[in-house]
Design a protein around this ligand. Structure first.
Ligand SMILES: Cc1cc2nc3c(=O)[nH]c(=O)nc-3n(C[C@H](O)[C@H](O)[C@H](O)COP(=O)(O)O)c2cc1C
Length: 371
């Protein structure tokens, strides 16, 4: 039977060769938000067909919106030039389409990179004041400054400016980061959003700022290029943002021209209780796909090719995204194709290791060759 995982999908003017996405993964390898040689190596390896779509790490719209001082940004001409070098490189040699995740950390900014121990950045290591919907911190981290009207307008413009830069760089698809407790998520969740103006209170108000940001970015992003959002469909905390609200949010985003939702969860509140198991977020993706009638990506502990195939073939999700599985094995898609009996095209330079050209590709073929 034909594989659904390895069937093409079209979003606006973009056709991806398969339903496999390399999920965004922070690298903490930047200075002043610039992409480095590390990004050539990291994204370059994935661009050789690790998935039909390769997404950058969270790429921040301002210095204050970064998670850590070592995060990638897209707020300066240098940021744009260094990231363009990476995307040009990936497109020249690779076979995957390239996507950007556009982000603002809000109250979860000003952190120490996990490689250096993580947690809130101390003052003597260059801590900065973060912003958020309300002056309520994440756990015991410092409280952010609540954004006033001019602050909201400024942050929205930063998202728009980064989107314009992302188009100039040549990204094929853009994803707004609305999950994992970062700024846009902080607005939709009633735990972090304690405002009593038009941006707080009922869901309609809590969604207002993320929707305004999405609409403004969509307006400057070319019509033929897809734009979607990653959001957390549950806070996994009593009284937090929940799957029912997620469906309403997804419907409102769809009205604004959102082409897909990349469905993740959690990250908003340290009290969260997540039942981690293979495909633990797939049911959330399926709910949003069915009830909001929008294409979805499923992500989270999807490791086995057969599992990924089942998720797509059974209509639970339109695409699957892998993070740790890709770091572990950037050739995941090649081996998944083999496991599922699908023939795919390798980059010309690597054609001689394709299963039909090299008996060592599987132990079975190796054994046969030895007979
Ligand atoms: C090293 C690392 C960095 C990550 N950075 C990001 C990020 O920049 N943006 C994001 O939305 N998720 C990020 N994530 C979450 C992943 O995209 C993914 O949702 C999560 O790891 C679950 O998928 P997995 O089980 O396939 O790893 C990161 C995960 C890892 C392991």
């Amino acid at each position: 039977m034909a594989s659904k995982l390895f069937s093409p999908i079209t979003l606006r003017g973009l056709t991806l060769s398969d339903r496999i996405v390399v999920a965004p993964m922070c690298q903490y390898a930047s200075e002043d938000g610039n992409a480095a040689d590390w990004h050539l190596m990291n994204l370059g390896q994935y661009a050789m067909g690790a998935g039909g779509l390769v997404m950058t790490e969270a790429t921040h719209v301002s210095p204050e919106g970064r998670i850590t001082p070592r995060c990638l940004g897209l707020y300066s001409d240098d940021n744009e030039a260094t990231l363009k070098r990476v995307v040009d490189f990936c497109k020249q040699w690779g076979t995957s389409h390239m996507a950007i995740q556009i982000a603002h950390a809000g109250r979860k900014g000003s952190n120490r990179p996990p490689l250096n121990g993580g947690g809130a950045l101390p003052a003597d290591e260059g801590a900065w004041e973060t912003v958020g919907p309300s002056a309520a911190g994440f756990g015991d981290w410092p409280a952010p400054r609540a954004l006033d009207d001019s602050g909201l307008a400024r942050v929205k413009q930063e998202f728009v400016d980064a989107t314009i830069r992302a188009d100039r760089i040549g990204f094929d698809l853009a994803e707004m980061h609305g999950g994992h407790g970062y700024l846009l998520h902080q607005f939709v969740s009633p735990i972090s959003n304690q405002r009593n103006d038009g941006y707080g209170g009922p869901l309609e108000n809590r969604m207002r700022f993320p929707l305004e940001v999405f609409e403004a970015c969509r307006a400057v992003w070319p019509d033929d290029k897809p734009m979607g959002i990653r959001f957390s469909a549950s806070d996994w905390v009593e009284g937090g943002f929940n799957p029912e609200e997620s469906v309403i949010y997804a419907r409102a985003l769809k009205q604004l021209g959102c082409d897909f939702v990349d469905v993740t969860s959690g990250g908003l509140d340290p009290r969260q209780k997540i039942d981690l198991r293979p495909g633990y977020q797939v049911h959330l993706a399926e709910k949003i796909r069915n009830e909001a009638d929008i294409p979805v990506m499923a992500v989270g502990l999807i490791v086995e090719p057969e599992h990924a195939e089942e998720i797509v073939a059974s209509g639970k999700a339109d695409m699957v995204a892998l993070a740790r599985g890709m770091m572990d094995n950037p050739r995941w898609a090649w081996h998944a194709a083999q496991a599922l009996g699908v023939e795919i095209k390798y980059p010309d330079q690597y054609a001689r290791c394709a299963p039909n050209a090299w008996p060592g590709a599987s132990q079975k073929k190796l054994a046969l060759a030895a007979e």
